[in-house]
Write a protein that binds this ligand. Sequence first.
Ligand code: 3YE
Length: 203
Amino acid sequence: KKRVGVLISGSGTNLQALIDATQDPSRRIGAEIVLVISNNAGVEGLTRAQRANIPTKVLSHKDYPSRQAFDASLHASLVSAGVDIVCLAGFMRILTGEFVKGWRGRLLNVHPALLPSFKGTHAQRQAIEAGARVSGCTVHFVEEAVDAGAIIVQEVVPIEANDTVDALTERIKLAEHKAFPRALQLLATGKIELGDDNRIKWL
Ligand code: 3YE
């Protein structure tokens, strides 16, 4: 089984979906979560990990003099836990090129829109304001350019008449809880890899 580290910043609902999926042998994800790191202390995601008996660590970016130093500390913690694959599950920090390079092909993020549309923050609001009739979520390999990495799984959700950002956000979250475990399974079971051309290679 591949050893997974999950980085969080908040409530950890995607972490919970990954815990539930990896702990259910019938789902055959091929991965186990061995470490959860939060850059914020006291968040609900840490409680979720502890409840599942998964080791946790708080590394606050505020305790480091630079983005490089923070990322080096993240990297060292992941390496010492023997992590193979890193999942960003609501982790709200932009990672340095150096960190991203060190985990090339082994670092996944979930974004609340159908990339390459609506990159960046407030993606749900962007979709509503654009008048789109569908949005969704994207699980992608992380590259240095934010939200630009190769797409692994997407899940579509409707945008309803008179939809609100909050209602759409909740609908997209449910889609993320399906998409993220599927993407992790594809990588952990060797169905995909990140090709030298930075595109998905289906094996
Ligand atoms: N880093 C790189 N490439 C990626 N991090 C994430 C995805 C991704 C990545 O594809 N290189 C917005 C965060 C965006 C932002 O400006 N964050 C601030 C801090 C804000 C805070 O602490 O609340 C910052 O300076 O990093 C994960 C998703 C990042 C979301």
